[in-house]
Design a binder for this molecule. Structure first.
Ligand code: ATP
Length: 293
């Protein structure tokens, strides 16, 4: 029986992000098209005698029970009364608190790894149910590809995959709290909601322009007002790329372009203009969230 498993956990972006209503329980009803990209963390899971041990090469990521990896492992260990423990080594490449679901994708990988290493035979749907208890983005991070997410973001419907889209990702040296941005969202002040149906149609018929032209994120109305640095970055990205869009609740901004060469060129131009605290990466859309190495 295998004792070790190496997984790639891909980040997530929103092609559209719409908030439809605020619920009484504090959650928001959303409608969003979520997409896996090839910016990824590498996680190595090893069966050990006892405990949950996390090692990560990033100072802002906790290694105790505050880590979503810990919570995902704990959930399966206690619910299923599993023997032994797990050691998880994380090579973190996804910027932290950036709106790219870095924590959620690590949690999803943990559910997949423990299911495999302990031969639990849980179905994808069973893992998704457990993942949703830890975070609304985790079911998507198990399914991956291109999905329409509704409800609080946990109800998923697979969509035709985007034909490979290239993007430049710029993560400013700022941490933005997702909760704070949602608290400051005033739905009656949102002027333009995404045309989600048009993006779905564009994906179905393979019309990239229809997809790109309609990428919209309602949370920009909040984050760009609170953080002028993010608004300025978005303006700069609008000049250099075909479409600029904030990722999730920010502060990361995505710039979509045609082809890898153009993406690399924009990256170089941004490196010349922005100070070294800004992380700049090139990525592309992919069809899976978790990959076995
Ligand atoms: P969300 O949009 O869901 O808020 P995010 O992608 O913006 O997520 P994450 O990278 O998941 O942000 O990090 C948010 C916080 O979660 C971090 O500040 C960190 O303290 C905590 N965290 C817990 N587990 C992890 C993990 N495995 N990787 C990264 N951050 C984690």
């Amino acid at each position: 029986m295998s004792k070790k498993l190496d997984l790639t956990a891909n980040a997530k972006i929103n092609l559209t992000l719409d908030v439809l209503a605020k619920r009484k329980d504090g959650y928001h009803e959303v409608e969003m098209i979520m997409q896996s990209i090839d910016l990824a963390d590498r996680l190595t899971f090893t069966k050990v005698k006892e405990g949950i041990e996390i090692e990560v090469n990033h100072p802002q990521v906790p290694t105790d029970q505050n880590n979503l990896i810990y919570q995902a492992a704990q959930l399966l260990f206690s619910e299923l009364d599993l023997d032994g423990g797990v050691k998880v080594k994380v090579d973190k490449q996804i910027p932290v608190a950036a709106g790219l679901a870095g924590g959620s994708t690590n949690a999803a990988a943990t559910l997949v790894a423990i299911n495999q290493l302990w031969n639990l035979d849980l179905s994808r749907a069973e893992l998704m149910l457990r993942g949703a208890k830890l975070g609304a983005d985790i079911p998507f991070c198990l399914e991956g590809g291109t999905q329409l997410a509704t409800g609080i973001g946990t109800e998923l419907e697979r969509l035709s995959s985007a034909s490979e889209l290239y993007l430049v990702i710029v993560n400013p040296p700022l941490e933005v709290s997702t909760g704070m941005i949602y608290q400051n969202l005033k739905l009656n002040q949102v002027i333009s909601h995404p045309q989600t149906a048009k993006v779905i149609a564009g994906l179905r018929i393979g019309e990239t322009d229809l997809v790109i032209d309609n990428l919209t994120n309602v949370l920009e109305t909040v984050t760009l007002n609170i953080y002028p640095e993010v608004a300025n970055l978005k303006k700069k990205m609008e000049q250099l790329t075909d479409k600029a869009l904030m990722a999730g609740s920010g502060p990361t901004v995505l710039g979509f372009v045609v082809g890898q060469d153009r993406a690399e060129q924009v990256k170089v131009e941004l490196e010349e203009e922005l100070n070294a605290d800004y992380k700049i990466m090139v990525s592309k859309t992919v069809k899976q969230a978790i990959e076995f190495n």
